[in-house]
Design a protein around this ligand. Structure first.
Ligand code: AHR
Length: 502
């Protein structure tokens, strides 16, 4: 086969509408995500509430519409009441998930304020580890009830007259994992999630609820966990969660870049399980997926094992991302968009310092990691209708995945500005890949820009001292002639090709 890829590009060859919440992210009370990340009173860039303005600016640049909070594993031991009211009265607590000390100087009210400043919404998780339906419904009442009850009036007394109106809520976190504080069996979790969902929706019928799926497709209980949990909760929840993290521990880049195929398989299996329960229950309701933790995570494992316990905001999970990590993040974003019909929300885990696109130094600067850019491109240009490109691509053979397509690609048509954007990764580490479109006559379009991320060193990183080592650049050459798009994707590259109407 000729070394060339062909895409069938047609505005009407739709997969589904991209929910903007596909470009969500995550802030957990973990390491320096909150303290030293988004919040650092006394920092030269801090505002009157102690939020770092330099970090807010970098977050705004991602245009992320929703941020999950406050965990993660943290939430399964969290008393949300510790984080409200006068700061000097808030307790310091031993935090068992990450073996740290939590000062509670940031809580739900501050996080809502931060989200407003960042131009995003909260996705709130409730504690179904050490706590249960009572504390969850109280939190909904505190956040969303207008006033005239004990909890809503307490919010008002704490300086928030208007309700927070938080719409999306996660029913716990990774309850299938033995590492989770008060880990549960699928039966135990399914029952408590169902009863918690009921009281939360009775408190505020506008909520959208996410039940915990498996914390990874490698879990021994996957996918029976999903089937059992949904058996209990199907009519009471709106989404089931998925989580996955990949690493290049073997230093085998072709294999690493193929790992988005595992993500694709995971999504397909969860969709199948949801639809099995739907059929079993003769339900008319379709369940959607919330991929509310995904990323590359492995660089920091060794350092974290050596971390002293019981520190305030220790530097945990501080992965320094390489150029090849950005390529896999690109492949994962493409995979999420390819499933836009069923995956309606997703959270890049996480946002600042902790396995994050944004890094800071305490008292110092902030910068963008390599993975910032593919996420930013997808969030800015990947809104509209996801298009099935019916990719025909050369492939390579990997021992774990078999045939791996050299090209990973998806399209998005934005009817608001009549633009079509192609997102594409060339997984070939040696050869560039010529690309051509078939299908729709594209004579009415022009190439607005072709953004590319390439670097001669797969392990290149951005640092405080060298923050622009790995950045996207514009590439010339992509064009439309005779109604067809032609472009060249450099070896090992992330590409964004934007087509606009002439
Ligand atoms: O994102 C880091 C951790 O990964 C989260 O706390 C947990 O949910 C997952 O295991």
């Amino acid at each position: 086969m000729e070394h060339k890829a062909i895409l069938t590009l047609h505005e009407e060859f739709a997969i589904g509408e991209v929910d903007p919440r596909l470009y969500g992210s995550f802030i957990e009370h973990l390491g320096r995500a909150v303290y030293g990340g988004i919040y650092e009173p006394g920092h030269p860039a801090a505002d009157e509430q102690g939020f770092r303005g330099d970090v807010l600016e970098l977050v705004r640049g991602l245009n992320t519409p929703i941020v999950r909070y406050p965990g993660g594993n943290f939430v399964s031991g969290y008393n949300w009441e510790d984080g409200i009211g006068p700061k000097e009265k808030r307790p310091r607590r031993l935090e068992l998930a990450w073996r740290s000390v939590e000062t509670n100087q940031v809580g739900v009210d501050e996080f809502v304020d931060w989200c407003r400043k960042a131009g995003t919404q909260v996705m709130m998780a409730v504690n179904l580890g050490t706590r249960g339906p009572e504390e969850a419904r109280n939190l909904v009442e505190y956040c969303n009830h207008p006033g005239g009850t004990a909890w809503s009036d307490l919010r008002r007394a704490n300086g928030h007259a208007d309700p927070h109106n938080i719409k999306v809520w996660c029913l716990g976190n990774e309850m299938d994992g033995p590492w989770q504080i008060c880990h549960k069996t699928a039966e135990e979790y399914g029952r408590v999630a169902c009863e918690t969902a009921k009281v939360m929706k009775w408190t505020d019928p506008n909520l959208e609820l996410v039940a915990c799926g498996s914390s990874g497709s490698g879990m021994p209980t996957f996918p029976a966990w999903e089937a059992t949990v949904l058996d209990h909760t199907y009519e009471h929840v709106d989404y089931i969660s998925l989580h996955t993290y990949y690493g290049n521990q073997k230093n085998d880049t072709p294999n690493f870049l193929a790992k988005s195929l595992d993500m694709d398989h995971f999504i397909r299996s969860v969709v199948a399980t949801c639809d099995y329960v739907k059929a079993k229950k003769r339900s008319k309701k379709t369940l959607y997926l919330s991929f509310d933790e995904w990323n590359v995570w492995f660089h920091s494992h060794e350092a974290d094992r050596k971390m002293e316990p019981w520190q305030v905001a220790p530097p945990l999970l501080e992965d320094v991302y390489t150029f090849e990590d950005a390529l896999l993040v690109g492949c994962m974003l493409i995979t999420l968009i390819k499933h836009a019909d069923r995956v309606k929300m997703a959270c890049l885990a996480q946002l600042v310092n902790v396995i994050a696109p944004i890094m800071t130094v305490n008292g110092g600067g902030a910068w963008r990691q390599t993975i910032y850019y593919p996420f930013q491109h997808a969030s800015l240009f990947g809104r509209g209708t996801a298009l099935n490109l019916n990719v025909r691509s050369p492939h390579y053979i990997d021992a774990e995945f078999g045939e791996v397509p050299t090209l990973e690609a998806v399209g998005v048509f934005n009817p608001q500005n009549d633009e079509i954007t192609l997102f594409a990764v060339n997984r070939d580490l040696e050869k560039s890949l010529p690309l051509e479109s078939a299908g729709q006559d594209l004579s009415g379009y022009r190439v607005k820009e072709h953004l590319v991320m390439v670097h001669p060193d797969l392990k290149a990183v951005n640092t405080l001292e060298n923050p622009n080592n790995v950045v996207p650049t514009r590439r010339e050459g992509a064009h439309i002639a005779g109604g067809k798009l032609s472009a060249e994707l450099p070896a090992a590259s992330w590409n964004v090709i934007r087509l606009a109407k002439i």
